[in-house]
Design a protein around this ligand. Structure first.
Ligand SMILES: C=CC1=C(C)c2cc3[nH]c(cc4nc(cc5[nH]c(cc1n2)c(C)c5CCC(=O)O)C(CCC(=O)O)=C4C)c(C)c3C=C
Ligand code: FE2
Ligand code: FE2
Length: 345
């Protein structure tokens, strides 16, 4: 048989092959809470055409004239209140890294699987991580945008960024993108177990369980984004799994940005309205967020909590995201094992 090395032309680079990479990707986070870090992060985020779909000629004067002048200081303060001071980073970064470390430990028996993590905005970047995986010999990569429900502004932009990185490669790895898993029984069961475990620790029972998802503008939904339907389905399946009647359970949408109409009902208005109507005890959870972050810890855990009490409510609890918990890891391991089929048996 011919020895391949014998016919390898002089100076032809040695290329490692034969491994499979798994890249977990979440949204991103600023490197610090200072104005400069916040501005850098928000600029990268808000210049993404998948996030703000307005014509650039209309959007950029607003972005550079108003948003990036004011928002970094304001949002920096909000990040301050939820910063992981032990590690000097946001919890989104802490949890995403822990998820990758835990997942790597599950696959430790197979030296051909390499697990890593990246952020769509900020660091570590998707192109850097794809290049590292390739250099380590991964000729196949499972790209896992950490969003159970598909939205163009989240899932698609992660995929775009990865394929952009591949544009520059001579020998591309094969790339498999993880589809939404909003109705996967393992995911629904993990959510239900997290609700049951959290509520069992309280000495009161909520009159209403609110499942609050990040919103998108209604105009994106009208263009065909499946996000709204997937959130509603996650909600219905979770309600059924928990055995709750429709009058004790709601699906709402949070984190509006800009002047457009977003998906309704709005979480902040709902929390206010329930308290004003005399509801005294509510629980809020965020099934669409794989890890706790600014939008869950500050917007719900702090702002929505305060608003409920100010408007006459008495008991409010925020149920944590699945994060790096056992149930959360079971979901990630399940999704990754399914996507590895045919590549790793
Ligand atoms: C038009 C703007 C935005 C769309 C559309 C949008 C969709 C969207 N976002 C998430 C998840 C997260 N968003 C987070 C922060 C955040 N989101 C927007 C704007 C839009 N998001 C902004 C401007 C920010 C930054 C904070 C702020 O300025 O208010 C985060 C938190 C990141 C963190 O570090 O903690 C997450 C997560 C989803 C799932 C989604 C659509 C489905
Ligand atoms: Fe967002
Ligand atoms: Fe927000």
């Amino acid at each position: 048989m011919t020895d391949i090395h014998a016919i390898r032309p002089e100076n032809h680079p040695e290329i490692a092959i034969g491994k499979v990479g798994v890249l977990l990707v979440n949204l991103g986070t600023p490197d610090g809470t200072d104005k400069k870090s916040m501005r850098r992060y928000l600029e990268e985020f808000l210049t993404d055409k998948r996030v703000i779909e307005w014509p650039r000629a209309l959007w950029y004067p607003i972005l550079y004239g108003i948003v990036l002048a004011r928002r970094p200081a304001k949002v920096g303060k909000a990040y301050e209140s939820i910063w992981n001071r032990d590690l000097d980073e946001s919890y989104l970064r802490t949890y995403t890294r822990n998820q990758a470390v835990n997942l790597a430990a599950t696959f430790a028996g197979n030296p051909n699987i390499v697990v890593d993590w990246a952020m769509r905005y900020g660091n570590p970047s998707i192109p850097d991580k794809i290049a590292e995986l390739k250099a380590e010999g991964c000729d196949r990569i499972v790209l896992y945008p950490l969003y159970p429900q598909y939205a163009a502004s989240t899932t698609a932009t992660v995929n775009d960024k990865a394929f952009q990185a591949l544009l520059k490669m001579r020998w591309q790895p094969a790339l498999r993108t993880v589809p939404p898993y909003h109705d996967d029984p393992v995911y629904i069961d993990a959510l239900a177990r997290s609700v049951e475990a959290h509520l069992a620790k309280l000495d009161w029972e909520p009159e209403m369980l609110i499942t609050s998802f990040h919103g998108i503008p209604v105009s994106y939904f009208k263009k065909g984004d499946p996000y709204h339907c997937q959130c509603r389905k996650t909600g219905r399946l979770l309600r059924e799994r928990l055995g709750l009647s429709e009058d004790k359970f709601m699906v709402t949408f949070q984190s509006r940005f800009g002047p457009e109409e977003w998906l309704q009902p709005y979480t902040d208005k709902t929390v206010e309205m329930l308290a004003q109507k005399g509801v005294k005890r509510i629980a809020v959870m965020n099934p669409g967020f794989v890890s706790d972050c600014l939008e869950t810890l500050e917007e719900i855990g702090e702002q929505a909590h305060e608003s409920f009490i100010e408007n006459g409510g008495e008991h409010f609890t925020h149920i944590p995201c699945l994060n790096d918990s056992e149930d959360g890891m079971r979901v990630i391991e399940h999704v990754v094992s399914r996507e590895l089929k045919g590549w790793i048996n």
